[in-house]
Design a protein around this ligand. Structure first.
Ligand code: SF4
Length: 209
């Protein structure tokens, strides 16, 4: 059956009622073409019942190989910011809007390629079920792809970042940049942009007891 994305239906809706069952089902997802070239599904990780869920874009090269989210350079920045904000990484749930690595080859290097709206829509049901099962009190949407999946529409990151809003009853939403943005800014801006990101992440601290 075709879904709104134009691809096959995402099987997440019938994938069980625990994060573990959801993760296992996602390993075989073929709901969009991104699985074909990626190594594996990179599902979210963290405790079920985590008070904070961090959502990124998609796994990168290192995440694709390791099978874990945010273990590459952007992940190191995120881990550093969480530690600086006093938030133990193991207390939060970390995931991506899209669960397979999308890339283009340049020589032998696999270069990140931004997922298109149809791919974000195809993968959305996995994130929706993660939110249902983890039931966080705060969702941190990092970057445009995460915002599009979480809100179902685009929103300006710079105009929306650093403010707590309501996502749903009992669930707050915080928008910020994706940590990979901090790797791309000019050298002279890196410290300031990291500090701004850290200020945003610190807003999550009050949700982690
Ligand atoms: S990117 Fe998402 S929807 Fe597409 S195959 Fe992977 S898990 Fe399924």
């Amino acid at each position: 059956m075709k879904a709104k994305s134009g691809y096959a239906s995402n099987p997440a809706e019938h994938a069980g009622n625990t994060i573990e069952a959801l993760r296992n089902a996602a390993m075989d997802c073929r709901a969009c073409p991104l699985w074909e070239r990626a190594t594996q599904t990179v599902f979210g990780e963290g405790p079920s019942g985590a008070p904070v869920m961090l959502v990124g874009e998609q796994p990168g090269d290192q995440e694709d190989i390791a099978g874990r989210p945010f273990v590459g350079p952007a992940g190191h920045l995120l881990t550093r910011a969480l530690a600086a904000a006093g938030i133990p990484r193991e207390r939060v749930y970390i995931t991506n809007a899209v669960k397979h690595f999308k890339f283009e080859l340049r020589g032998k290097r696999r270069m990140h390629k931004k997922p298109v709206d149809a791919e974000i829509a195809a993968c959305h049901d996995w994130l929706k079920r993660e939110i249902e099962l983890v039931a966080p009190r705060l969702i941190v949407a990092m970057g445009a792809t995460a915002v599009r999946s979480v809100l179902g529409r685009a929103a300006p990151i710079m105009g929306s970042r650093g403010k707590l809003t309501e996502y749903a009853s009992g669930i707050a939403l915080l928008i910020t940049v994706h940590p990979s943005f901090l790797l791309r800014v000019p050298e002279q801006d890196k410290d300031d942009e990291y500090d701004r990101f850290l200020d945003d992440i610190k807003l999550a601290k009050s949700f982690v007891r």
